[in-house]
Design a protein around this ligand. Structure first.
Ligand code: PLP
Length: 354
């Protein structure tokens, strides 16, 4: 496929690196690619960033047939631009496509298109410490049709957004609230896919957590309402009695790339790591017996998010006395050092762009 590039005539002013938020500023160009059953994926193009013109009957707007990814491009001290495990993101995008009955995209081509886009937009990758250029690949159903079925046509696009350091106000533990009223996903559902409906389904619980003074929701499994699944839109880890434990992938948990990174690093450090079911009652008991050493979330946006308090019904578990645990600290440092090219990349996770 021949990728065409149309440059914008007027460049936007670049924001100040020192006070970037998240997801509000977009670069000058985007990648677009269309799908039709008779043509397959066709007309790959980089063109000026612009609104999508859509028929109001466009299927994704009504039935949510869509998938997306989230990854980041990092600028190293020497000015190079690099991605972290981007092939894993495009593989996961395709897994999400299979779950949502959507056509898969060629992973090598998608990565090549992303690198072209990043090369054109290189001046948008911010320089300040902890900042990056967030990458959002998305595929949506585009048939103008009000019946419920899989769409025949699709649009794949990639947009870029310069984002600030997640921990601009310091790497501080957050308070999380265990919801007993809501579930995020169930085995056999679409919890393993990065698809818009999962996030719409999480909003009410998140609002209740915020109203109660908590930053994130801790999700339990949808059947027994006992086993821990995820925290907000991150995977979750516990350190109990010197063992690093994370819920096993069970069909309703998103297969986080940061989760896998944490597991691989911890194993390479000879830590005892276990993927298994972990009940909230076990967490409460571990806390009561003084064995709950650390809790943290993992995801691309925050990398590692230390948890300082868990509220579950009448239980309020305080973890680590308001301090970030040593393993959370070590993982955050190790992962960000690789992402920003401050250290060796023994696992081959870095994909150079330019
Ligand atoms: C994206 C996401 C994660 C984290 O995945 P990463 O690949 O580590 O960014 C975890 N849970 C949910 C629900 C997610 O959407």
């Amino acid at each position: 496929m021949q990728l065409t590039i149309t440059r914008t005539e007027t460049l936007k002013p670049k924001p100040d690196d020192s006070n970037l938020g998240f997801g509000t500023i977009f670069t000058d160009h985007m990648f677009n690619l269309d799908y039709a059953p008779d043509k397959g994926w066709y007309d790959p193009r980089i063109e000026p960033y612009a609104p999508l013109a859509m028929d109001p009957a466009t299927m994704v707007l009504h039935y949510g047939q869509g998938v997306f990814e989230g990854l980041k491009a990092y600028r190293t001290a020497s000015g190079r631009i690099q991605l972290f495990r981007p092939r894993d993101n495009f593989q996961r995008l395709n897994r999400s496509c299979r779950i949502l009955c959507m056509p898969e995209a060629d992973e090598d081509f998608a990565l090549r298109a992303l690198k072209e886009l990043l090369t054109l937009e290189k001046d948008w990758v911010p320089r300040a410490s902890g900042t990056s250029l967030y990458v959002r690949p998305t595929i949506v159903a585009t048939d103008p049709f009000l019946g419920v079925r899989a769409s025949h046509t699709y649009r794949f696009f990639i947009i870029l957004s310069p984002v600030g350091a997640y921990y601009a106000e310091g790497f501080n533990p957050v308070k999380i609230w265990v919801t007993q009223d809501h579930v995020r996903a169930v085995p056999g559902g679409v919890g393993e896919a990065k698809t818009p409906g999962n996030y719409a389904a999480s909003l009410l619980a998140a609002q209740k957590a915020h109203d109660a003074g908590y930053t994130q929701v801790l999700w339990l499994d949808g059947i027994e309402r006992q086993y821990v699944e995820e925290v907000g839109s991150m995977n979750i880890f516990f350190v109990i009695d010197d063992e690093l434990i994370t819920p096993a992938l069970n069909g309703s948990i998103l297969q986080g790339i940061t989760r896998d990174t944490v597991l691989q690093l911890a194993k390479s450090w000879n830590l005892k790591t276990t993927e298994r079911k972990i009940g909230i009652d076990e967490v409460v008991q571990a806390h009561a017996s003084g064995k709950l050493q650390e809790v943290f979330g993992s995801g691309t946006a925050a990398v590692i998010s230390p948890v300082g308090e868990i509220k579950y019904g009448a239980h309020v578990l305080s973890i680590g006395a308001g301090q970030v645990g040593p393993l959370a600290q070590r993982l955050f440092q190790a992962i960000t050092d690789i992402q920003y090219g401050k250290t060796e990349d023994p696992m081959g996770w870095i994909e150079p762009v330019i």
